[in-house]
Ligand binder design. Structure first.
Ligand SMILES: Nc1ncnc2c1ncn2[C@@H]1O[C@H](COP(=O)(O)OP(=O)(O)OP(=O)(O)O)[C@@H](O)[C@H]1O
Length: 353
């Protein structure tokens, strides 16, 4: 549905998006995630046709729409955009807002399509109402219905939940995902909020300073981050220092950490050849609190999360070797206590120190 091949974008000769490549299949929902100013919106605008590319090409349904020499006009791309502030027309009612871009011949056909879209977004009875009388979540659904009215090949959503309450955002993101999947619409979302990205997207691209670092599923980003930036940006965790130990048998290479000694796969040995110091990514769910475990760690900090408590624990009382542990909230321990832990590491994620 969408292919970006090595695209760069610049303002006043300053490159802000650098050789970005990714693809979205038909019916898939993608997300560009990254800190403020990393270039997410610029990429979305280039796909919509509002911004030229200075390198590479963009193709929709296999047809090139943008390159250094090509620029297909936005209205010829079959792409619809839902904006941050919804951009609904205040002088039109909901039905008129949704029907605005529809070029159907009869009024009856238009009314039918509007009804179809209102039930798709779960608001079947509000066609006559004016948009100022709707909640933020309802306005967002109307904006979505209006964007879907023209049956776009691709829907672009620019920070669509940022003006809504935090509690509403994740629920609405999940609802909108269901609506898009029911309609079979391919979509690309831009956000700096990973929870929105997780709730909505099949594939997520993490960007930093104009570079796309990884394009993958949420699971892969969390469990197999390609670098320390992605590891730190997605989810929580700590980097535990480790030291490579080589025995006389050079195939027998181990990593020594305060959590214990790990043997490395052949692939890891090749990847970290020559390194002596390595950081191991430890997620809170890799550390299980177990009162019966002989291994104890010192509670350095704690944050009550309702169902869970997130503990920061020092291993062997060393404050430079800490891990996080998400324990059920009945296990209520104070700062300075030593609590039992068990390691439940499914795979070793390591970075050069
Ligand atoms: N029209 C413009 N002219 C000049 N520089 C721009 C323009 N639009 C964006 N920039 C710059 O390009 C960089 C990327 O901006 P962009 O809006 O794409 O980032 P973003 O990741 O969407 O940020 P945010 O989350 O804050 O919206 C920023 O440094 C920004 O200041």
């Amino acid at each position: 549905m969408l292919d970006l091949n090595n695209i760069s974008i610049a303002y006043d000769n300053k490159t802000v998006v650098n050789e970005v490549t990714f693809s979205l299949n038909s019916g898939e929902i993608g997300c560009l995630l990254g800190p403020s100013g990393c270039g997410k919106t610029s990429i979305l605008r280039a796909i919509a046709g509002f911004e030229p590319v200075t390198r590479g090409e963009i193709a929709l349904r296999g047809a090139q729409v943008a390159s250094v020499d090509t620029h297909i006009a936005p209205d010829k791309r079959k792409v619809a955009v839902v904006f941050q502030d919804f951009a609904l027309f205040p002088h039109l009612n909901v039905a008129q807002n949704i029907a605005f871009g529809l070029h159907l011949s009869s009024a009856k056909e238009k009314a039918q399509r509007v009804d179809e879209l209102l039930s798709l977004v779960g608001l079947p009875d509000i066609g006559e109402r004016f948009t100022h009388a709707l909640s933020g979540g309802q306005q967002q659904r109307v904006a979505l219905a209006r964007a879907l009215a023209v049956r776009p090949d691709l829907l672009l959503l620019d920070e669509p939940f940022s003006s809504l309450d935090a509690e509403l955002r994740e629920d609405l993101a999940q609802d909108i995902r269901r609506i898009l999947k029911r309609a079979g619409t391919s979509a690309l979302l831009v956000t700096h909020d990973q929870h929105e990205a997780f709730a909505m997207a099949d594939k997520i691209g993490v960007l930093n300073a104009g570079h796309l670092l990884q394009w993958a599923t949420a699971y892969q980003l969390y469990h197999r981050p390609v670098d320390k930036f992605v590891a730190g940006f997605i989810g929580q965790g700590t980097l535990l220092p480790g030291q490579i130990m080589v025995t006389d048998n050079t195939d027998d290479i181990h990593l020594k950490t305060k959590l214990g000694v790990f043997s490395l796969t052949q692939e890891q040995i090749v990847q970290f050849a020559g390194a002596t110091h390595i950081d191991v990514l430890v997620r809170p769910d890799d550390i299980v609190h177990d009162d019966n475990s002989p291994n104890v760690a010192l509670v350095m900090a704690r944050a009550f999360k309702g169902a869970h408590i997130l503990y920061e624990l020092a291993l062997h009382d060393d404050p430079t070797a800490t891990v996080l542990c998400l324990a059920p909230s009945h296990h209520d321990h104070a700062l300075g206590e030593r609590i039992g832990i068990r390691l439940d590491l499914k795979h070793l994620v390591m970075f050069s120190a």
